[in-house]
Each structure stands twice: as structure tokens, then as C-alpha cells.
Design a binder for this molecule. Structure first.
Ligand code: HEC
Length: 228
């Protein structure tokens, strides 16, 4: 009797009893979960990527063998020279499934070419499922991103307009309208163009600037600078 009481009061008993309760709870949860919902039908999100991977090199933008474009559902329905590429709801009657299953596509002689491989069994099942489900296309909801009106003020959103060429004091240095903009900026910093130098000095400056090294015998300022 004493032993029995001791057992009942012991820590092991407590854990054992709690353990059993937890088990019960877990079972209750498992039983409460409703049966698995019906799988969603296969949509273009699963089907089109397979066609893009396996078919569009010959049925896409650059090449449309048999007059067939397989990039969109609409193009598949429009079909090629023999007609629509699939019959909605009927995979067994669909030309594109026939072509894959009979190994007509991709054609044997092209199979060694880079990037051309046969459709895998799992991919074929997906294509069949999609057609059987009536080739559903899920509309994509594209939420417009709200744009801060201030961001619209950024110059990249503005219509490009040719600005007025500024008048500068050192008008004699302006050989090209761009000079006027540069000179205006320089003047606002109390600067102006450096004195003109001979071509060899210019060449040294250019190569030091661009390569960090003095010019070598192959470098030259062969052409007269624009506007000189
Ligand atoms: C390497 C090139 C190549 C690839 C890849 C290819 N095909 Fe083709 N496909 C062809 C050629 C060639 C024809 C026959 C053209 C003809 O008879 O004028 C054709 C014809 C077809 C036709 C018949 C078109 C018509 O209306 O006559 C279907 C349908 C088709 N392909 C489906 C597919 C599918 C689906 C895939 C991808 C799994 C695929 N093809 C991948 C080359 C290719």
C-alpha cells in the first residue's frame, strides 16, 4: 500500500500521466484536422515553364516549327499548321501530348544539340493535368505600387528639354555649347579652363589620368580634337 502511494506520488508517475494526456491531445488534434482539401488544379504557372524549358527553342520567338508558338495559351489554341496544340479537357486528343509521347518532339536528330532534352515523366504529367483541367489560367493581380508624389519630381521622370546655353564671361573659350555649361560651373567655383597646352602635354595628362602611366610610343593624339 505504501509502495502504491509512493508510486502515485512520484515524479515518474506524474510524467507518465501527463505523457498520456499529451498523447491524447495529439490524437484529438490529428482527428480534428479536416480531410486534405482537393488539390488545386494545375495552372499555367506550372505548365508554361515546362514548355518554355523544353519547347520554345523551336516553338517560340526565333523559330516556330510547324508554324507553332508554345509561349502562351492563346498561341497554343491558335496552333500550328495542323491546328490547335491541345484540346481543352482532353489530353489524349491533344497534339502536343501526342508529339511528346510519340517522341516526335523534340525530334530525334536534334536531341544531341545543346539544351534540347526530352520532357520528363513528371513534366508530362503536369502538362496532361493542365490540359485535363481545361488549361486554367490564373489571373495575376498586379497591385500598383503607390508612388510618393515627391519622387515624381526626380529629373528622370521629367520630359527632357534642351536647356538654354548659358552666356559666360570667357566666351572666347567656348568652342562647343558644352563648354558654356562647364565654364559656368567652373566660374561658380572661381575657376576657369586651364591654359591650353601642346599636344604632347595633353597626351601625358590623358594617359596619367586614365592609366596612371606616362604615354608609350603607341599612344598618340592622332586626330585633331573636335572643333579645333
Ligand atoms: C528541336 C526542335 C523542337 C523542339 C525542342 C520541339 N519541337 Fe515540336 N516540332 C518540331 C518540328 C521540326 C516540328 C514539325 C514541323 C513540321 O512538320 O512542319 C514540330 C511540330 C510540332 C507540333 C505540330 C505543329 C503543327 O501544327 O503541325 C506540335 C504540336 C509540337 N511540335 C509540340 C512540341 C512540344 C509540346 C514541344 C516541347 C515538349 C516541342 N514541340 C519541342 C521541332 C521541335
Amino acid at each position: 500500500m505504501r509502495m502504491a502511494l509512493k508510486f502515485l506520488a512520484s515524479r515518474e508517475t506524474f510524467y507518465w500521466v501527463m505523457g498520456a494526456r499529451i498523447h491524447l491531445h495529439v490524437w484529438a488534434l490529428v482527428l480534428a484536422v479536416p480531410p486534405v482539401a482537393m488539390a488545386d488544379p494545375t495552372t499555367q504557372h506550372e505548365a508554361i515553364p515546362i514548355l518554355l524549358r523544353r519547347c520554345v527553342m523551336c516553338h517560340g520567338q526565333d523559330s516556330q516549327q510547324g508554324g507553332l508558338d508554345l509561349r502562351t495559351k492563346a498561341a497554343m489554341i491558335e496552333g500550328g499548321k495542323s491546328g490547335a496544340a491541345f484540346v481543352s479537357g482532353k489530353a489524349d486528343e491533344s497534339r502536343m501530348i501526342h508529339r511528346i509521347e510519340s517522341r516526335a518532339c523534340p525530334p530525334d536528330e536534334t536531341i544531341s544539340m545543346a539544351g534540347i532534352e526530352r520532357v520528363e515523366a513528371k513534366e508530362l504529367r503536369t502538362l496532361r493535368d493542365w490540359i485535363t483541367a481545361g488549361a486554367p489560367v490564373v489571373k495575376q493581380k498586379i497591385e500598383p505600387v503607390p508612388l510618393d508624389p515627391q519622387a515624381r519630381e526626380h529629373w528622370s521622370f521629367k520630359m527632357p528639354r534642351r536647356p538654354e546655353v548659358p552666356q559666360v564671361k570667357t566666351q572666347q573659350s567656348v568652342r562647343n555649347p558644352l563648354d558654356a555649361f562647364l565654364l559656368r560651373k567652373l566660374a561658380s567655383n572661381g575657376l576657369q579652363y586651364s591654359a591650353e597646352v601642346d599636344r604632347l602635354t595633353l597626351l601625358r595628362r590623358v594617359t596619367y589620368d586614365l592609366t596612371g602611366l606616362p604615354p608609350n610610343s603607341e599612344d598618340s593624339l592622332g586626330r585633331e580634337p573636335h572643333g579645333v
